[in-house]
Design a protein around this ligand. Structure first.
Ligand code: GRF
Length: 203
């Protein structure tokens, strides 16, 4: 099995995935990490792990379509079974999303369908929710609305700031995202009639 990871920044989820793949000896090749920004600090970590760290700068392209086509070509050189978005901060075109239908995952830092878009922790604090979290989902053309694979929750504490809440959620992201990816790689996660299903371990 082959996976390609897309990042835009620090790549802490990417690191958690690489670490889990190594520690748990996943039958997987992390073929490349690709960023739309040359200054994404996660690229260095990938390179240090011997994983090709590639930049496809979105600024080099005048339209979303042109960028997505270039990105798709680079990705498909590695023929991935799964495309993993890990803090990839670009909206993708429907054509790109359709190309990876059923084989592209994302993690979003809220309990979807609540708090789509950006600044999710600020949104959660403003709404006064007592429980917040993160969601792994298949990517569809409808931003942050794809079939939900798994979720994790944390309590919102009275003295939480955006930063403290984000940090607690991130810790949980690093647990659920590798687990979901592992399920996919092991063939236990699939989309059935638009619903994500995870088969439990065989006994
Ligand atoms: C995470 O909070 C993730 O949920 C969101 O972007 C952030 C990326 O962080 N999609 P990192 O680059 O994985 O550290």
């Amino acid at each position: 099995r082959t996976i390609v990871i897309l990042i835009s920044g620090r790549g802490s989820n990417m690191q958690a995935i690489i670490r889990a793949a190594q520690n748990e000896k996943w039958p997987v090749k992390i073929a490349a990490v690709i960023s739309n920004r040359a200054d994404a600090s996660g690229l260095r970590h990938a390179a240090e792990q011997g994983i090709p760290a590639i930049v496809v700068p979105h600024k080099d392209y005048t339209t979303r379509d042109a960028f997505d086509s270039a990105l798709q070509s680079r990705i498909d050189e590695f023929a991935p079974d799964l495309l993993v978005l890990a803090g990839f901060m670009r909206v993708l075109t429907p054509r790109f999303v359709a190309h990876y239908a059923g084989r592209m995952l994302n993690i979003h830092p809220s309990l979807l369908p609540s708090f789509t878009g950006l600044a999710t922790h600020r949104q959660a604090l403003a709404a006064g929710v007592k429980i917040h979290g993160a969601t792994v989902h298949f990517v569809t053309a409808d931003l942050d609305h794809g079939p939900i694979v798994s979720q994790t929750s944390v309590s919102v504490l009275p003295d939480d700031t955006e930063e403290t809440l984000a940090a607690r959620v991130l810790e949980q992201e690093h647990i659920i995202y590798p687990q979901a990816i592992r399920s996919f790689i092991e063939g236990r996660l699939s989309l059935v009639d638009g619903v994500a299903c995870i088969a439990t371990d065989k006994v």
